[in-house]
Design a protein around this ligand. Structure first.
Ligand SMILES: [Zn+2]
Ligand SMILES: [Zn+2]
Length: 451
């Protein structure tokens, strides 16, 4: 006999902004109908053998005139409208289908016998009609749209299994474990809640750039409670870095430590046990790095160039991962007074605007840099090394990294709403925080995010 196959963990992650739009459309439809239905069309991302994530690319809530008839025994869509959905999202885009409907009751809803029959037939219809055999996921909500259940059908429409659906920035467990006592090291931040501490401990953060900003960021977010890390940086530690790397030593520089190993050392200093740190001493364009980044819960980019930030933003968009972008800049004015900036940018999850259309990074410079990269490597191989980089100081990097950690703390705790994105710039010595209005950042028809 075959041993039963362990089925993979399946989740549906709806970006908060998309969820709010969908929720509003469903609520509006409810005022005219007893029950309402809506669709999400998803891309499937297999993270590992044991983990699959469905990522919605589009949503539709049909208006009353899309139905043949409406009654308590069910809703029937007009053939023409159904055909439109199929052509647009299944034939052209090859997406999987999420069918969501409401029941007129309060509290955790159960799928009905009618739901079972209808969905079973629809799952069979999908796999018999299309070469790609799209999967059917279904969700039922109570009338308040607060309680729900989700399930995924097999292709034969014979069986289904429950799946998790999250509508927040992170896919993390919602129930606190009552037996779990706060670790002594987090006693002074218990005020934010045991649940928040637990979620921070579960969060996998991919950090791209382990230099002057990234290292401080890792030290701070590590102390807040993040224990799972993926570190990506191809560079080695040099003497010129020692003015801004916490706990870095001359010895590390002379031994030419990889920066990822140095940051791993920082995390392991905080957690002698119980942390998990993967190091990838390679560029973000490396295939192994890309896979790890796509599977993470949060991506943080703190590199010193535009081209790696562009690649990171493209990955964050493709795999619908939350992205935090950190950067500083120092320039000397003609009268010899410096102007210094720290910037924290969080593009909205699931699109709207991105680092490219928001002009946070410059595509022209990104293109020049990726060309320059090759030239630099060539130069390094024949013995020419550029020793003078951009100016950078520890305190300004710390300010930027601290604020980035604060934003992440706010996102996990829920005390900061970033659904439309965030772009904050600190300017010194003026000591001003400039906050870009995110409504002004989206341009029509961005090539990258469609914003
Ligand atoms: Zn139902
Ligand atoms: Zn964009």
């Amino acid at each position: 006999m075959n041993s039963p196959k362990k089925s993979p963990q399946i989740s549906l992650h709806i970006p908060p902004k998309m969820w709010h739009q969908f929720y509003r459309a469903m609520s509006d439809a409810r005022t005219t109908n007893e029950e309402v239905i809506g669709f999400l069309f998803c891309k499937r991302h297999q993270l590992s053998k044991q983990k699959i994530r469905y990522l919605p690319q589009a949503w539709v809530v049909p208006s009353p005139d899309c139905y043949e008839r409406q009654s308590t025994s069910g809703l029937v869509m007009k053939q023409q409208f159904h055909q439109y959905l199929i052509e647009t999202f299944l034939e052209k885009e090859k997406l999987d289908v999420v069918h969501i409907h409401t029941h007129s009751e309060c509290g955790r809803p159960e799928f009905s016998g009618i739901d079972d029959r209808y969905e079973s037939e629809y799952a069979q219809f999908l796999s018999s009609q299309f070469k790609k055999k799209p999967r059917l996921i279904s969700g039922v909500f109570d009338e308040t749209l607060q309680h729900s259940q989700f399930r995924i059908w097999d292709r034969k429409g014979k069986s289904f299994e429950s799946i998790n659906c999250s509508q927040s920035w992170f896919e993390l467990t919602q129930e606190a474990n009552p037996r779990n006592e706060t670790e002594p090291m987090f006693a002074r931040q218990q005020v934010f809640g045991e649940q928040v501490q637990k979620q921070l401990g579960e969060l996998t953060v991919a950090l791209i750039g382990c230099g002057g900003i990234g290292a401080i960021f890792a030290e701070l977010l590590g102390r807040l409670g993040v224990k799972k890390w993926v570190l990506i940086d191809p560079d080695r530690l040099e003497a010129v870095n020692l003015n801004r790397l916490p706990a870095a030593t001359q010895k590390m520089a002379s031994q030419q430590w990889y920066k990822v190993h140095y940051v791993k050392h920082l995390i392991k200093r905080i957690y002698a046990t119980g942390s998990c740190v993967k190091t990838i001493p390679a560029s973000i364009t490396d295939e192994s790095a890309k896979q790890e980044v796509a599977a993470a819960d949060l991506i943080v980019v703190a590199t010193d160039n535009h081209s790696s930030r562009q690649v990171t933003q493209e990955l964050a968009l493709a795999y619908m991962r939350p992205l935090v972008c950190l950067g500083t800049h120092i320039e000397m004015q003609p009268n010899n007074t410096p102007r210094m900036y720290g910037r924290v940018t969080v593009p909205p999850l699931g699109g709207g605007w991105c680092l490219m259309c928001g002009n946070i990074i410059n595509l022209h410079r990104a293109a020049l840099e990726s060309a320059a990269d090759e030239i630099n490597h060539l130069a390094a191989r024949v013995g020419y090394l550029d020793g003078i980089g951009d100016p950078a100081v520890f305190w300004l990097n710390s300010l930027c990294a601290s604020t980035g950690v604060g934003v992440i703390h706010g996102l996990v705790s829920g005390f900061l709403n970033v659904d439309n994105g965030l772009d904050w710039i600190y300017e010194f010595p003026g000591s001003n925080w400039l906050k870009t209005n995110p409504d002004h950042l989206g341009t029509c028809g961005c090539y990258f995010c469609g914003g």
